[in-house]
Design a protein around this ligand. Sequence first.
Ligand code: VGL
Ligand code: ZN
Length: 194
Amino acid sequence: MPVKIGPKDALIIVDVQRDFIPGGTLPVPEGDRVVPILNDYKDRFLEAGALICATRDWHPRNHISFKEQGGIWPPHCVQNTQGADFHPALEIPDQARVISKGTEPGQEAYSGFQGTELEESLRRQGVERVFIGGLATDYCVKETVLDAIRLGFRTFILEDAVKGVDVNPGDSERALKEMVGAGAVKVRVLDISI
Ligand code: VGL
Ligand code: ZN
């Protein structure tokens, strides 16, 4: 569906980091495919005067989600390691807000809103609608979208710029259905005008 964007909109790029792309420690299949499309979204949002946010998983070495701490994931996105860097081809403008999450050793945080300044950044800017894409559809994208809806933002999911882990086959499809069922609206980059 066509959407005209402006200064009260925000683009939220979720966790496009080296460890989540093929070659990383927790690779999302085809995770790197979202990068050029997210760069296109970024160009449009920048031109529209919209806010741009990029979340990153930013775990301490002993994070509770890691297998050796009893969690389900291999170590990933450890603070200040190369695996935690944004994908080198992802274009992050200087004025973008970088939001670090999952920084507490004892707490998992899939949502970009959990324990972060993301909501405050959006409110301060008067943002009413958020457009969310990145990795992974079935974890951090999903939880960020569901929180955005709960917080009252009109929420769009970038269906051409998300990829999932699919620990169980079909997880990403189910996640998309759940987001849409909760009120998210699917958009594609060609739907976006300024
Ligand atoms: C994520 C698993 C563990 C994500 C983060 O960004 O979707 N998935 N930590
Ligand atoms: Zn994580």
